[in-house]
Write a protein that binds this ligand. Sequence first.
Ligand code: DC
Length: 231
Amino acid sequence: MRKIIIAIDGYSACGKSTTAKEVARILGYRYIDSGAMYRAVTHHFLERHVALTNPKEVARALGEVSVQFHLSAKGDNETFLNGLNVEKKIRKMRISEHVSPVSALREVRVAMVEQQRKMGKEKGIVMDGRDIGTVVFPEAELKLFLTADMLTRAFRRQKELLEKGDLVDLDTILENLTVRDTIDSTRAESPLRKADDALGLDTSHITIDEQVDEVVRLALSRIIRPRAGRP
Ligand code: DC
């Protein structure tokens, strides 16, 4: 069967990765969490105390970074930085608090986008992020832009962190989401925005199962009827 690229963009905690992961599993596609790549770079920069205002330091540190994904025994995609599993570390609030300024750097974006495009060469991929439909794969056959109201997003993120053993108060999460939304959507390099041909999906009042069903339905229609009228 013909393979396509599915680009899922949107704000943090709108259910992008949960949806993307499940859609990829159902279709037998590869799932790539592009945010994890920016988080891994941020982790490396923090460890190396890289001054973001110093282009030489940024370039040197970036040259040391190799991000890969491997499936765990449970079938989950885990992020590896220079051969080490950093999946748990990159999900911590400390990384969330530093990732937006790092991912706003042009050099960082150029390096990550290059790797992401390589991963999509064979198609059969679901990638989620902020600029997947606009910059990484402008030719993607299916583009979605997820939104949800702020409180729903904050509760979802709090639950997610709690499941990983991190108890974070709601105000801290709300503050972090607001700051990241602002930086991610106003930065000069590849700001978060809905691609003109992306379909908007408000996930505030629908379940993950409903989200997944809708995306799979859209994907199948693109796979089966590539040039026909869009649903
Ligand atoms: O999806 P996430 O919340 O794990 O992403 C972390 C940060 O990475 C997010 O605040 C902005 C950045 N990011 C980006 O700039 N471009 C992407 N394609 C994905 C994430």
